[in-house]
Write a protein that binds this ligand. Structure first.
Ligand code: EPZ
Length: 424
């Protein structure tokens, strides 16, 4: 079992380019099934979730090659429309292959993606969108069976679900006629997916707003595309600077994509400067963080649920109390017991968590319980007094590429003791 050894208390200094976005490259990889020729993707993060997505593409008959941060996908040989339970469970968001499979083949046989550490991960909105586009969907104990070529129509989402919006877009691209998606998610990763598909010749408008229109049935070509920077990894690294103190500049990420996180750290007393694709944060070591009164997670452009854990970890050592409200997932405070082991003072009641700031956390042996909870524990360890050991890295490696190397670039005293590390 691999672990990270982190010696806290050392301010972070330096500049780096943030990895490509996990939550953009995954739907874009699924979208490659719609391409009419080879696709070359740049700035792809090396993550275990990406490895799993490439495995599904290969299983479906695509030629896939990954060299460094470049991935090429040739979908011309794709002919299968069945995804096994093992593959569906290999990646939490495997359901994102449903829409493109139907658009390409007119059928899809897969199982439920399964819950995860954040609680149940229902897919009712995904299936409702597919049905709204004219496909038959049969669910039974064995899984999900979809049949029928999609036809353009009206998709009304009752929740601005990121994945359901993406599946509706991908299915609509292969549908005959126009589709309108209302109450669509507005996340930047949706805009990246629209941009990618339009470089292949699709005609999609409105991503980033609540209403997306798709002109379906257009033949798509192959193409080349660079994945956007990962705003949640950026938020995690900035949380580390806030926790440990220091001066860090991050490149390759649009500061507007994490404006609510920057606002929290500005309120907490950090100095924040931002340019087009660069953001920097300064926290003087002798200037403790101030607590922020309330943080409510919400769909974009609200405070991102994925940043809740890392930001909480930074605010554990602050003056005053911060009230968190987690509105997106049922079970997204599993990092709290681990933070308590480090001396944090946090009380959880349902969706609410009250963080009473302490002067400083202390190092401990802690275990990641989910992806962003793992990022949070690394943040806490960076600011803590003494040494910490972070286990459960299989969660962390799903979304943070070589987290130890990234933190070392910023001067952190961290090393990975390799056990059975899963190569990404
Ligand atoms: C995406 O998950 C992200 N994952 C998540 O990031 C992120 O936390 C989430 O969006 C919210 O921003 C990827 O993009 C791969 P949702 P997704 O559908 O699409 C409910 C990370 O750490 N819902 O927007 O699964 C759902 O239960 C991950 O990188 C239904 O009820 O999220 C949740 O409460 C974690 N029925 C809410 O909607 C459905 O059919 C938002 O979920 C679908 C969702």
């Amino acid at each position: 079992m691999s672990v990270l050894h982190i010696r806290g208390g050392k301010p972070l200094e330096g500049e780096l380019t943030v990895q490509g976005a996990k939550n953009s490259v995954l739907p874009i990889l699924a979208a490659c099934l719609l391409a009419g020729g080879p696709v070359e993707l740049f700035n792809c993060p090396r993550l275990t979730d990406v490895t799993a997505a490439l495995g599904i593409l290969r299983h479906l008959g695509c030629q896939v090659c990954q060299e460094g941060h470049t991935i090429t996908v040739d979908p011309s040989g794709a002919c299968d429309s069945f995804i096994s339970e093992e593959q569906m469970h290999s990646m939490r968001s495997s359901i994102i292959f449903l829409g493109p499979l139907l658009a390409r083949t007119g059928q899809a046989d897969l199982t439920y993606p399964g819950g995860c550490e954040l609680g149940a991960r229902p897919i009712d909105l995904h299936l409702a969108a597919i049905r709204a586009l004219g496909c038959q969907v049969t669910e039974d104990s064995g899984g999900i069976r979809c049949r029928g070529r999609p036809v353009g129509g009206e998709v009304y989402l009752t929740i601005p679900s990121v994945g359901a919006t993406e599946n509706a877009m991908l299915c609509a691209v292969g549908a005959s006629g126009w589709t309108t998606i209302t109450n669509a998610a507005r996340e930047p990763e949706i805009v990246d997916l629209q941009r990618f598909l339009n470089t292949l010749g699709a005609r999609i408008r409105g991503a980033g707003s609540g209403v997306i229109t798709v002109e379906g049935g257009r033949p798509l070509s192959g193409g080349r595309y660079a994945i956007m920077g990962d705003r949640i990894v950026a938020a995690t690294l900035l949380s580390g600077v806030a926790a440990a103190g220091g001066h860090v500049a991050l490149k390759g990420v649009d500061w507007r994509h994490l404006a609510t996180v920057l606002g929290v750290f500005q309120q907490a007393g950090c100095r924040v400067n931002s340019w087009e694709d660069r953001v920097e944060l300064v926290r003087e070591a002798d200037c403790p963080l101030r607590a922020v009164s309330e943080i409510h997670t919400a769909p974009y452009p609200g405070f991102p649920t994925d940043a809740q854990a890392p930001v909480m970890a930074a605010l554990c050592a602050s003056r005053g109390s911060t009230w968190f409200e987690e509105n997106m997932f049922d079970s997204r405070y599993r990092h709290v017991p681990q933070l308590l082991r480090m001396g944090a003072d946090i009380t959880v009641r349902g969706r609410a968590a009250l963080v009473r700031g302490v002067e400083r956390l202390h190092g401990a042996a802690v275990a990641a319980t989910d992806l962003r909870g793992g990022g949070a524990l690394a943040v806490a360890a960076l600011g803590a007094r003494g040494d910490s050991v972070l286990s459960g890295l299989h969660h962390v490696d799903r979304g943070y590429e070589c987290l130890e190397e990234t933190l070392q670039q910023l001067g952190a005293d961290v090393r990975r003791e390799t056990g059975d590390r899963v190569p990404a």
